[in-house]
Design a protein around this ligand. Structure first.
Ligand code: ATP
Ligand code: MG
Length: 665
């Protein structure tokens, strides 16, 4: 018997009943270019979800729809919703972040850009490792008294240029004038940086965008195919697109029959530090002459008291499109609370105490979030929650796959998948006892000298398909590395035995076993870290293919790291990562001048920067559905280093009648 998993209840929807008139108009539009611009919680994302359902019901095949969202998680949730709504298979729909889409397209076409099949994706750690090596190599050319920029700064300057679509020299002159004297050396380093990545067949995150853009611009056949294919391009959180993303959208949706719907809120643009530019949404009507504009004026998320506060919060900004929202929900007779605490410890105790009370009253942890501007603001709350045995998960901080011990394991898998991956090789060499950077460098040279000719002689292979011992038998292994070398090669061979490659989870286990002695000596809390490796094997469980697994590891963004989210867990998150999400009970902490807004913005008198801080505050308060707690410590720090903290200007600017002050006893 054939059983169709996806058929389900072929539900035709009563769109008019489940959407308000404004949303309905957008969902059913026939416009080729439509922009939905509306405040937080007005149902923009819901509109986009229903739009997908509506298109499917009206005969658009799922594979001809492209849905771009801010996180992979958001895309997944939307696809689930669509499947629920339509009962139809949305599985073929293309949905995800710009980076995941770029990865998918480049996997097919990277060779057109001079890469080889099976490229590696460098994360920030890999980038830093490479950049550090290049600075070391080049910096001999500048005098020792001139402070040369750190690898991190070189990377972020370059990234800002890429993401704002400018030449890096222009960014250097505009924003880093004090570094102009280093221009020549920097140019050489950037040139080498690009060349070394290409030689290693690797792309960093920015390359994914830039290369996709190049592919679309320079290869008309690919561009036309995609324009032909995607009849509908839908984009959420459009206010935070950067320049290459905006160009990619324009090209993909530039076909004769394609249409584009973008939704967003200019008041929630909070990623300018990553090159996002609110002008893309503001100029939409200019970019697309036939654009139709849709607005939604009702808020469905928050009780009226929270909505009133949100409207007042964003009113502090001058540059914005007026769009105060009306509440759809009824009051629950609870005013947003402003909570001054004597110090940060007490503030955290308050948060933990109140959460405990809510949970005792039957509220599940998943309905509660603690939000903050910077990851370190969460330290005290973490401690107090742990003390009170309240389970929580953190979406800020180091993401799972960036932790050193996890990266050690992944490095072996990367080297199997791409034997030209120098960064992975060096990471592995660093686990050999008594092998330092110089020896690792020599080893790498030997490795490469043996591997390149083998790959050249086997053009059909992207990885070694012969025992490593044999391929590498002639290389000179430095004395310090000799004791480790044989075991290392044996391990690599065991990962892809004659019978074909192991599955990625099996590889993880094998590498883990091999690394135990090293990791035991290298890391203090080894037991906890073992748990992580076990988790890694579990995470890769559903990825059969090594390339797919590695791409997934590299692309998982911080917000996606919630595989283990369960109903009991309270969420701790930076505001940036809370974008688009909602919780019944929201605590915003550290609302003190200098912390939020940030001291740097205050001291520089940076007007645009302050507007972005205000938007960030707006994003924070608009996450709350039922209750909102705004707290700050009057003093921050322990006995030896105490700062006095005045309340944030965001609090003092709020009309008094919109909040209730809670005095802590
Ligand atoms: P943000 O700006 O924060 O991304 P948004 O505009 O995307 O918010 P949604 O997340 O789509 O808003 O919707 C906010 C909440 O309101 C959701 O819980 C959604 O289900 C609900 N909602 C939206 N529209 C309606 C409606 N017409 N009827 C009932 N509930 C609605
Ligand atoms: Mg949304």
């Amino acid at each position: 018997m054939q059983y169709d998993l996806h058929r389900g209840t072929a539900a035709q929807h009563d769109y008019a009943a489940e959407l308000n008139e404004e949303q309905y108009a957008a969902v059913t539009t026939a416009a080729r270019h439509a922009l939905v611009i509306a405040g937080a919680g007005s149902g923009k994302t819901r509109t986009l979800t229903y739009r997908v359902a509506w298109l499917l019901e009206h005969g658009v095949p799922a594979w001809r729809i492209l849905l771009l969202t801010f996180t992979n998680k958001a895309a997944r949730e939307m696809l689930e919703r669509v499947t629920q709504l339509t009962g139809a298979g949305a599985a073929q729909l293309w949905g995800g972040t710009f980076h995941s889409m770029a990865n998918r397209l480049l996997r097919r076409h990277a060779e057109r850009l001079g890469y080889r099949a099976g490229f590696t994706i460098f994360d920030s750690d890999d980038q830093k490792a490479l950049m550090r090596a290049l600075v070391k190599q080049h910096v001999g050319k500048v005098s020792k008294t001139d402070r040369f920029p750190k690898p991190e700064l070189l990377l972020s300057l370059h990234s800002l240029a890429v993401n704002t679509g400018r030449d890096w020299v222009e960014v250097l002159k505009d924003e880093y004038a004090y570094l102009v004297k280093h221009e020549e050396v920097m140019a050489a380093i950037y040139r080498d940086y690009a060349a070394r990545k290409l030689a290693q067949n690797a792309m960093d995150f920015d390359d994914l965008l830039v290369n996709l853009l190049r592919l679309l611009k320079e290869h008309t056949d690919i561009r036309s195919d995609l324009q032909e294919r995607f009849l509908h391009v839908l984009v959420d959180e459009y206010q935070d697109t950067n320049t290459p993303q905006d160009e990619i959208i324009a090209l993909l949706a530039g076909g004769e029959h394609s249409s584009l719907m973008a939704v967003g809120d200019d008041a929630q643009s909070i990623y300018s530090w990553r090159g996002a530019d609110v002008r893309h949404i503001l100029n939409f009507e200019r970019a697309y002459a036939d654009a139709e504009l849709y607005r939604i004026t009702t808020n469905y998320r928050s009780v009226p008291e929270i909505l009133a506060l949100s409207n007042a919060a964003i009113a502090q900004n001058e540059n914005r499109i007026e769009k105060d929202l009306r509440p759809a929900r009824r009051s629950q007779k609870f005013m947003p609370a402003v909570v001054p605490a004597p110090d940060n410890r007490t503030e955290a105790q308050f948060v933990a105490r109140r959460i405990d009370e809510l949970m005792d009253g039957g509220i599940p942890g998943k309905d509660i979030a603690v939000l903050y501007r910077a990851h370190f603001h969460s330290t005290d709350v973490q401690m107090e929650l742990a003390r009170a045995h309240i389970p929580f998960r953190i979406t800020s901080g180091l993401r799972f796959f960036e932790q050193a011990h996890v990266k050690d394991v992944v490095a072996f898998l990367r080297l199997i998948a791409n034997p030209r991956d120098e960064v992975a090789f060096r990471r592995i060499a660093a686990t050999f006892p008594r092998v330092g950077e110089a020896t690792a460098g020599k080893l790498w040279q030997g490795w490469l000298a043996a591997v390149e000719p083998w790959l050249a002689a086997h053009p059909e292979c992207t990885r070694l398909a012969e025992p490593h011992g044999k391929v590498l038998e002639k290389i000179a292994v430095p004395a310090a590395a000799r004791p480790s070398w044989g075991g290392f090669l044996a391990l690599l061979d065991s990962l892809h035995p004659d019978t074909g490659e192991l599955l990625p989870p099996e590889m993880v286990h094998a590498v883990h076993e091999y690394l135990i002695p090293y990791q035991r000596s290298a890391y203090e809390n080894y037991e906890e870290r073992e748990e992580d490796i076990a988790q890694l094997a579990r995470t890769v469980g559903d990825e059969g293919d090594l390339d797919a697994f590695l791409a997934q590891v590299a692309l998982l963004s911080e917000v996606d790291n919630d595989a283990a989210a369960d109903d009991d867990c309270v969420t701790l998150s930076t505001i940036h990562q809370a974008k688009g999400l909602e919780w019944k009970y929201v605590f915003v902490i550290f609302l003190a001048e200098g912390q939020f807004p940030h001291r740097r913005v205050i001291e520089a008198g940076d007007v645009e920067g302050m507007e972005e801080e205000t938007r960030l505050f707006y994003v924070a308060v608009t996450r709350a559905q039922d209750q909102l707690y705004l707290s700050f410590p009057r003093y921050n720090g322990r006995s030896y280093d105490v700062q006095y903290c005045p309340p944030s200007r965001f609090l003092t600017a709020l009309p008094q009648e919109l909040t209730e002050v809670w005095q802590l006893n």
